[in-house]
Design a protein around this ligand. Structure first.
Ligand SMILES: NC(=O)c1ccc[n+]([C@@H]2O[C@H](COP(=O)([O-])OP(=O)(O)OC[C@H]3O[C@@H](n4cnc5c(N)ncnc54)[C@H](OP(=O)(O)O)[C@@H]3O)[C@@H](O)[C@H]2O)c1
Length: 245
């Protein structure tokens, strides 16, 4: 039985990840901004799997509150064996192309907030010498693209953060997994047509949790994105500039 914190737990991807952990008898702490919705998600998990589920308010942008929040999580569950960061946003992407404050908000949710909480989680895990940390980054962080680089650069930074954290904590008995989903069928992609390899949140959640529990370092989900991004990263910049992707 593990005690797992899931951050951004109102997202469809996180909900299905909660199912995957609860199915294995784990205790969960579901965190996010919308406490009523979190409570609905928690009741659903309790009824389906009989799992103990706690909920709590968490805002990625309220960095000064992160330490007290994590202490509360540890206290509620009586310990912490794993943290899964799922929160993220693309809201304000268009505006962020031209306005620094919108750009800052995107970076703060997708990178700074994530790095802040996981730094605190790392402290707990390092002290106890075991546990796992997983972060949902994105294939968007693998190459800067004209249409989404404010989001992509925050995710790219997050991937590098997780990589460094993994290299530091691997000597301390703590596993760090970077999850890089391709397109997932959630509100983030609604209204965008003809997205290649669009996957259901159920599938991405299942494969992500498998990767975490198998102790993988980096997981592209679905796995085809490993090949897709290998090709995309290999395109020379002078060619990439002329492409419309
Ligand atoms: N959908 C895709 O194609 C795709 C592809 C690659 C990676 N991802 C990543 O997958 C993760 C889940 O996204 P999704 O597709 O399931 O989209 P989603 O439904 O929009 O979920 C985003 C989650 O992040 C939370 N969040 C946003 N701002 C927050 C803040 N300031 N503090 C705390 N939580 C905040 C949201 O909470 P609220 O309910 O309070 O807004 C929601 O739970 C994200 O990290 C996303 O970047 C998605």
């Amino acid at each position: 039985m593990r005690r797992v914190l899931i951050v951004g737990a109102t997202s469809p991807l996180a909900r299905y990840m909660a199912h995957e952990f609860a199915q294995q008898g784990d205790t969960l702490f579901l965190a996010g901004r919308d406490v009523e919705e979190l409570e609905r998600v928690a009741s659903d998990v309790r009824i389906r799997f009989g799992a103990p589920v706690y909920t709590g308010r968490f805002d990625a942008l309220a960095i000064e509150e992160h330490e007290a929040f994590l202490q509360g999580v540890v206290q509620a569950m009586g310990g912490l064996d794993g943290v899964v960061w799922v929160a993220g946003t693309m809201d304000g992407l268009e505006e962020a192309l031209h306005h620094p404050l919108a750009l800052k908000r995107l970076i703060d949710v997708n990178f700074t907030g994530a790095a802040s909480l996981l730094t605190l989680a790392a402290r707990v895990m390092e002290e106890q010498g075991r546990g796992f940390i997983a972060g949902v980054s994105s294939v968007a962080g693998d190459r800067g693209r004209a249409q989404n680089y404010p989001y992509g650069s925050a995710k790219g930074g997050f991937s590098l953060f997780l990589q460094g954290l993994r290299n530091r904590l691997s000597k301390k008995g703590v596993q760090v997994t970077t999850i890089k989903p391709g397109f997932v069928d959630t509100r983030m992609t609604w209204g965008r047509d003809k997205l290649p390899f669009l996957a259901s949140p159920q599938r991405v959640a299942r494969e992500s949790v498998q990767a975490i529990l198998r102790g993988k370092d980096v997981a592209y989900v679905p796995a085809v994105w490993w090949l897709v991004m290998l090709i995309i990263r290999a395109i020379p910049e002078r060619v990439f500039k002329k492409m419309n992707i």
